[in-house]
Design a binder for this molecule. Structure first.
Ligand SMILES: *Cc1c(COP(=O)(O)O)cnc(C)c1O
Length: 440
């Protein structure tokens, strides 16, 4: 008789969550977002020219559970939800650890990462509110890709401002967005006033995320029925990503597993928050001792090296002021391959949870995270996104700590995406030319 396998814990389509979980209902002490001019708490009407009204409402909501519309659940299924929770049996064997390691498979989305979860929600609400065009910026390209597909699904026009250097270096990401029907401009571009101004002053600039955000916001505020969308940081994005953590909780329950550690990487904080917050609520309620660990890059270590204060979300100082862990809005991280983690700030919800000691953080150099990513690829077969290798590195370290103490810990990490379009980083690692994160 063969033993019943517990390698893959799956859910059915009916088990795609029906509500989003809003951590703002349970996390006390959250500070309001401030208007950049008046420094007063921001009002709904201040945000309406930029974001669509349903998203503004969610951004400010303190309701614990918010219904997920059927149209959105349907699209989540097309993004391969519910995603499996899988046990890393070969990695465990390789490490000779008594710990069990599970990972949530956000890499199975057709857009390659968790970002589609919020993209389909934001596109749906824009369509419902009568918006015709949505804009955004993209650095590494994952958010732009997710939004391009979501726009196509909800019959919206999509304009993506892609940082010039990525536009030139990552032509395949651009092609994917264009295949889904998005218009992609290298930023700075000649389609906005701000872009033209920057180009006049710096004709050969490689662009930056800050400039691209400014262009996307300008396009939204200066035309009717056009709105801007964010791929991380915002409370509403965190809210949409909680489908991940709710599925994980259902899967753990189904397999009768109690996690000791929940681990995810952090850029703006959305995949970590979406993965961790539903269970972190149980921690606030005293129902679990699980430890939550955020893995960040040394090149942009906002939690372990930043300050908790008000700061802008962008470089140009156009966004509202968020109370968050930040390295300063002028901080430009070195050009690590985990492009999605190159950000100076951290989601206000994650920042507050960290400040209250509900979670901890570890920072890693990209040389050690790629090493962990290669080991994961060899043992489990999946080439992880450079961002996700930070979570893998943290999970491996915790598994080795458990081995040293001979403890049977259970570790669950979020595999936020696959790395099939990030092979340049792997190529450098393999050829020995990958530089340390600390080198500028
Ligand atoms: C964008 C991205 C991240 C980082 O963003 P968060 O908002 O912190 O989740 C992590 N992993 C992948 C694969 C990404 O695309």
């Amino acid at each position: 008789m063969t033993k019943k396998s517990d390698i893959r814990i799956t859910l059915t389509e009916d088990e795609v969550p029906k509500k989003y979980y809003n951590m703002a209902a349970d996390l006390k002490g959250l500070q309001p977002v401030l208007h950049p001019g008046t420094k007063e708490p921001i009002k709904e009407e201040d945000l309406l020219p930029v974001f669509t009204k349903s998203i503004v409402k969610q951004e400010m909501s303190k309701e614990r559970y918010i219904d997920i519309p059927d149209e959105v659940r349907e699209k989540l299924i097309l993004l391969n939800r519910p995603s499996p929770l899988q046990r890393a049996v070969n990695l465990e064997k390789y490490l000779k650890t008594p710990a069990k390691i599970y990972f949530k498979r956000e890499d199975m989305s057709p857009v390659g990462s968790h970002k589609g979860n919020s993209a389909v929600a934001q596109a749906y609400y824009c369509r419902k509110d009568g918006i015709e065009t949505i804009t955004t910026e993209t650095g590494a390209g994952q958010w732009g890709t997710a939004l391009a597909l979501a726009s196509s699904m909800f019959d919206l026009d999509c304009t993506v401002f892609m940082v010039r250097v990525s536009f030139d270096q990552k032509p395949f990401r651009r092609t994917i967005m264009q295949t889904y029907g998005a218009k992609v401009h290298a930023s700075p571009s000649i389609v906005t006033q701000y872009g033209k101004k920057v180009l006049k002053e710096h004709p050969n600039t490689s662009g930056s995320l800050g400039i691209a955000i400014s262009e996307a916001i300008e396009m939204a505020v200066s035309s009717k029925n056009v709105r801007y969308t964010l791929g991380s940081l915002a409370n509403s994005v965190v809210l949409h990503q909680t489908v991940i953590g709710q599925e994980v909780m259902a899967q753990l329950k189904k397999a009768d597993i109690e996690p000791d550690y929940m681990v995810a990487c952090v850029g703006g904080g959305s995949n970590f928050a979406g993965f961790a917050f539903p269970l972190m609520r149980e921690k606030i309620l005293g129902k679990t001792d699980c430890e939550f660990v955020a893995a960040e890059p040394m090149a942009a270590a906002s939690l372990t090296e930043g300050e908790y204060r008000y700061d802008f979300g962008d470089t140009a100082g156009m966004t509202p002021l968020f109370k968050m862990y930040t390295l300063g809005s002028e901080f430009i991280p070195s050009a690590i391959h985990a492009g999605g983690l190159r950000y100076h700030g951290m989601s206000p919800l994650v920042s507050e949870a960290y400040d209250q000691g509900l979670m901890s953080a570890r920072a890693y150099d990209q040389t050690e995270t790629f090493e962990a990513g290669v080991l994961f690829a060899k043992t489990e077969g999946i080439i992880p996104a450079p961002e996700s290798t930070h979570a893998i590195k943290a999970a491996i370290d915790i598994a080795l700590e458990a081995k040293a103490k001979n403890e049977e810990k259970t570790i669950v990490f979020n595999l936020s995406g696959n790395g099939l379009l990030d092979l340049a980083g792997y190529e450098k690692f393999i050829s020995g030319s990958l530089s340390s994160s600390r080198m500028k």
